[in-house]
Structure formats: structure tokens, C-alpha cells
Design a protein around this ligand. Structure first.
Ligand SMILES: [Ca+2]
Length: 377
């Protein structure tokens, strides 16, 4: 925890306007356009892409940039407000099993919640087969906000270990739920790929706690990735100010809504205005004002030079740039400096990933959104 505390202090010092404008460090190249509010991109073999669109479509993009028709076989999706078809990841063994995982706003008889499904992509790439919902957030509530919904396949010793992390928002209308363990609001969960609960989850033996829970006290996590050391990193939207980066550890409480560096929309304290309390984790880093973060990727490739290897990339919806976050080297999980990329696009950056070619790709969350490849300059 010592390094986290130090880094936290450092990040607080760097808070105001530290993001530097990168002098065209990369050249954006549009791969595909005309995507409706794209949310997540995955990389298929042979240079194809698979992209989710929030209104409830999953589409293949050819290497030429041509958009395929919407795939058949998706379950019903509650496309309202921030909800719809959201994140997508391919199984680590996709080349052999054609399996993928996606999360979405799942409609109920009343209200909705975030759900996670597993499916197989048909050989001809026109439909999903053997679709199975392996997790549904409880309870469903009437809300069109804060679905969270990032999926990460976890690893042990550098290899996929058959477990999935899923981030779950507190649905905005139920923020106090983030502090109690009898619900899935404001939680990170960890499950097997068939939905079973791992025997070593932190709350499996606690009466009244839902066993899928990995960590709690989160607000709305729309970015998650494994760091080079294999640990889970996430970021989350704060209220007005106080967006955070966290390293969710099993059983830990990340504080929302009891502690926060933000305030209510329009001003005013949240809870008693505290930023720290015992038994609650401090963020590794926080942003005031909020950047509204979405998407998260650690760069492992050398395509942009040695200085960028191990950097963290986060999209900003609010200010429309890609945040390149320099971390300490050798990797200790400390934020050193931030740099703004792609500000010239003026577009909401929803997702960022490293492709199999080692290049970074982003999605712009717009009515006519784009998939953009970043070429080194
Ligand atoms: Ca927090």
C-alpha cells in the first residue's frame, strides 16, 4: 500500500492541468465510420473487427472498413439512456473455440440491470450461436444510467485462468447500495466463464453477501484492464469531480458514496464530504474536474517507441481526448504524468484497445461514430 499512497499524493499534486498536449504524437486513421454509438471493439483473425453499437447491434468490420450487417442471435437489449449493448471481449482461446463474452442492459418485467452473456460466433460470422446469459445483476431497477459493464478475462502467471471480472454500476438511483453486499450495485464481480462462483471469492462464506462480489463501493466503472503484472485496474466516473483509478483487491471497499473527491452535480457535499475513512481504499489517481473516463488499455507493443511501453491509455468522453498516462518504470503502478492525445478530433473516446498489430485503436461515441487506428508519427 505504501506505493499507492505515495502515488496518490503525487497524483494529487499533478492534478490541475497537468495533461500536456502531445505535439501530434500519433496520426489518426479512420478504419470505419457510420457506427452508431459504438462501445467496444475486439480483434478477429485475418484483420477483421467486431464492434458493439449501444442501440443493440453487433457488427463485423472488414479490413477494408466495410461494415457488415447486424449479427443475428443477440438477446433482448434495453437500449435506453446509457444502456444497450456495451462491452465485448473474445475468449483467450477464441482462435480455437470462437467464444466471446458481451455485457448489456438486460430488460426485466420491471426495470433493467447489467447482464453478461457467452456465445459462439458462427463460422460465416453472421450470427451468434449457443448464446447463454451467465450472470444478471441483482436487483433490477428502473434506471437508464450507470450500467458499468466492462469485462476482463483474468490471468494467473501470465495465462488466462478461466475467470471473468465484470464491473457493475450502482444505477445512479441506488448509490447507497454500493456499500452493502446483498446486491450487485456498485460492485466488481468475478465468475467462471460458465457463470459459476469461484470457491476463493472473498465473500463466499459470508451470510447475506452475494458470492460473486470481488470488491465494492464503486460508482460507475467503464474501464478495466489487466496491468503488466496481471493485476486488475479499473477507473470509474465520480459525481461532479472525483473520477478515479483503482486497483480492486478482493473484499476491499472503494468508498462510494461515503468518501469521494467529487461533489454533487450543481455543488454540495456528498455524504459528509469526507475524502478518506478507515476501512476504505484510496484511489491510485483521481481527476478533478472529471474527464468522464471510458475504455482502458495498457500498451505492451514497441510501435510507438520505448517511452510508451507500459503506458496506460484512457478515453475521455467529456473533454474528447485520449489520455496517455505515464507510469513509473520499472512498473510499480505510480502515475508520473498525463498527456492529451487526439484532442484535435473533438470526439468522445469510448473505448481504447491495443490490436494484434501492436497499434492502438479507439472508438468515438457519436451517432456516426468511428473506429480509428493510431499510426506512429
Ligand atoms: Ca473511491
Amino acid at each position: 500500500m505504501a506505493c499507492i499512497t505515495k502515488s496518490f499524493i503525487l497524483s494529487a499534486l499533478l492534478l490541475v492541468n497537468t495533461a500536456q498536449v502531445g505535439a501530434q504524437a500519433v496520426r489518426p486513421e479512420t478504419v470505419a465510420s457510420g457506427l452508431q454509438n459504438p462501445w467496444a471493439v475486439a480483434f478477429l483473425p485475418e484483420g477483421r473487427f467486431l464492434v458493439t453499437e449501444r442501440p443493440g447491434r453487433l457488427r463485423v468490420i472488414e479490413p477494408s472498413g466495410q461494415l457488415g450487417a447486424a449479427l443475428k442471435g443477440l438477446p433482448p437489449v434495453a437500449a435506453l439512456g446509457q444502456g444497450g449493448l456495451l462491452d465485448l471481449v473474445l475468449d483467450a482461446d477464441f482462435a480455437r473455440n470462437r467464444t466471446l463474452y458481451f455485457c448489456f442492459a438486460e430488460p426485466g418485467l420491471v426495470g433493467n440491470s447489467t447482464a453478461l452473456a457467452r456465445a459462439r460466433l458462427s463460422i460465416n460470422r453472421t450470427q451468434l450461436e449457443e448464446v447463454k446469459v451467465i450472470f444478471s445483476q441483482k436487483p433490477k431497477v428502473i434506471s437508464s444510467a450507470h450500467f458499468g459493464c466492462r469485462i476482463v478475462e483474468s490471468q494467473q502467471g501470465g495465462k488466462a485462468d478461466g475467470l471473468l471480472f465484470l464491473s457493475l454500476g450502482e444505477r445512479y438511483v441506488r448509490k447507497d447500495d454500493a456499500q452493502t453486499l446483498d446486491n450487485h450495485h456498485g460492485k466488481i464481480i468475478r465468475i467462471h466463464k460458465d457463470g459459476r462462483v469461484p470457491a476463493d471469492n472473498p465473500f463466499v462464506d459470508r451470510a447475506g453477501a452475494l458470492p460473486e462480489i470481488w470488491s465494492y463501493g464503486h460508482r460507475n466503472v467503464q474501464g478495466a484492464a489487466l496491468a503488466p503484472d496481471g493485476l486488475l485496474w479499473t477507473h470509474e466516473h465520480g459525481p461532479q469531480g472525483g473520477d478515479e483509478i483503482n486497483l480492486p483487491q478482493p473484499g476491499r471497499n472503494y468508498g462510494w458514496p461515503v468518501i469521494t473527491y467529487g461533489e454533487n452535480y450543481g455543488g454540495g457535499k456528498i455524504s459528509d464530504g469526507a475524502t478518506a475513512k478507515s476501512g476504505m481504499e484510496q484511489p491510485l489517481h483521481y481527476w478533478v474536474p472529471s474527464i468522464a473516463p471510458s475504455g482502458m488499455a495498457f500498451l505492451s507493443s514497441q510501435r510507438y517507441g520505448q517511452a510508451w511501453v507500459g503506458n496506460l491509455f484512457v478515453g475521455s468522453l467529456k473533454f474528447g481526448y485520449l489520455d496517455r498516462i505515464e507510469l513509473s518504470k520499472p512498473f510499480k503502478g505510480q502515475v508520473v504524468r498525463e498527456h492529451k492525445l487526439l484532442a484535435e478530433l473533438g470526439a468522445r473516446i469510448r473505448d481504447v484497445r491495443q490490436g494484434p498489430d501492436g497499434l492502438l485503436y479507439v472508438l468515438t461515441d457519436e451517432a456516426r461514430g468511428r473506429l480509428i487506428r493510431l499510426l506512429p508519427n
